[in-house]
Design a protein around this ligand. Structure first.
Ligand SMILES: *Cc1c(COP(=O)(O)O)cnc(C)c1O
Length: 356
């Protein structure tokens, strides 16, 4: 019986970050075959890796099975049948958990909620009888447990209490059908404080875990897994960019940066708020629209930000960019990627590229 956190690699896959997280003893939650490869390359043992995702390719499933990872989280009945066939082809049994959609609204942005009924993620609760029926027939499947992940950037901990209660109910349905889960995987989703990254850098893990420990009907010997991504790395990274130009459009003052939505898409994609600071400005305060150079009107990091007077060449920092930042970068407009540097590197040599 253990409780364990598996870091969701998709938030940030930089090698030094993964190695550090592994050194703290976390496992890995992967959503592609290449994430599994990256986890293994950075020291995560196969038995500490779980694999989720609504669209796994045959090659990815075979690779995961051959590596003998801890568990595959199955997101549909169709996927379950395919895994059974692929496992038979390899002459092994697949260890699986079922990702059940518990119909809990994460009270977060619609773009990042995953637990409501019409979502593409997970198996719907009304299909559970079909799952247990299939389980009795498929000979290359070993049932491990249940998986849930209801969305991201959840800051209202009552949502996790509600999830725990739903999990109890769903677990009971499986137990009554003769399938006792030895594993409950509660997913990720714990939010961070984007408004105040300096004053509040570490999320409320204590009450987050309490919400589950106090409310789950944990069966004897049952393992609990959690899958934090954003909570672990979000506050640990910043995007630093320099100002190319200043311009006025009507009454609006724009500061145009050399970083754009190609480097960091969260503001354009989710209308996400990130704290922005002028690292090199000390003058009078003005309001600015902070924009990137990309040929899209949505390439704006934030509007009406009150900052010390911005000059060409000033360094602008976009905070809380450690999660879902660099991993979502694109090559749009054939722009250069941002270069990663790590705080422990500053003691040694700063690469020329970031001397700006
Ligand atoms: C994205 C994801 C996570 C991590 O979510 P965070 O909100 O970053 O904690 C965990 N589990 C699964 C299955 C995911 O898809």
């Amino acid at each position: 019986m253990k409780a364990k956190s598996n870091y969701a690699l998709k938030a940030n896959v930089n090698g030094p970050v993964l190695k550090m997280i592994r050194n703290y003893g976390l496992g890995a939650d992967c959503v592609s075959g290449n994430e599994i490869r990256e986890a293994i390359a950075n020291g995560f043992p196969a038995d500490d890796i779980v694999f989720a995702g609504v669209g796994k390719t045959d090659d990815e499933i075979r690779y995961a099975l051959k590596q003998n990872i801890n568990c595959i989280n199955v997101e549909s009945l169709h996927e379950l049948k395919v895994i059974d066939v692929l496992a038979r082809g390899l002459g092994i049994r697949a260890q699986v958990a079922f990702r059940i959609n518990p119909h809990v609204d994460g009270q977060t942005k619609p773009e990042i909620t995953t637990g409501i009924k019409i979502n593409k993620f997970g198996i719907n609760m009304d299909e559970i009888p079909l799952v247990t029926g299939l389980l009795s027939r498929l000979s290359n499947i070993t049932f491990k447990g249940l998986h849930f992940h209801i969305g991201s950037q959840i800051t209202d901990l009552e949502v996790f209490v509600e999830l725990a209660q739903k999990v109890n109910h769903i677990q009971q349905i499986f137990v009554e059908a003769g399938f006792t889960p030895s594993l409950l995987n509660l997913g990720g989703g714990l939010g961070i404080d984007y408004l105040n990254p300096v004053g509040n850098p570490v999320p409320d893990y204590k009450n987050y875990f309490r919400a589950f420990l106090d409310n789950l009907n944990r069966l004897p010997g049952q393992d609990l897994y959690f899958e934090p991504g954003r909570a672990v790395v979000g506050q640990c990274g910043s995007l630093i960019s320099s100002v190319l130009f200043l311009k006025n459009s009507g009454s609006v003052k724009y500061a145009i940066l050399d970083a754009g939505m190609n480097n960091f898409i969260r503001p354009a994609l989710y209308n996400a708020h990130h704290k922005i600071q002028n690292l090199t400005g000390i003058g009078k305060m003005h309001k600015y629209h902070i924009a990137g150079p990309v040929c899209e009107s949505s390439d704006i990091f934030s509007k009406n930000v009150l900052l010390p007077e911005i000059k060409r060449g000033d360094l602008i920092v976009i905070r809380s960019a450690g999660a879902y930042g660099e991993v979502m970068a694109s090559g749009y407009n054939l722009r250069e990627p941002a270069h990663s540097v790590y705080s422990h590197d500053f003691a040694r040599e700063i690469p020329k590229k970031v001397m700006l």
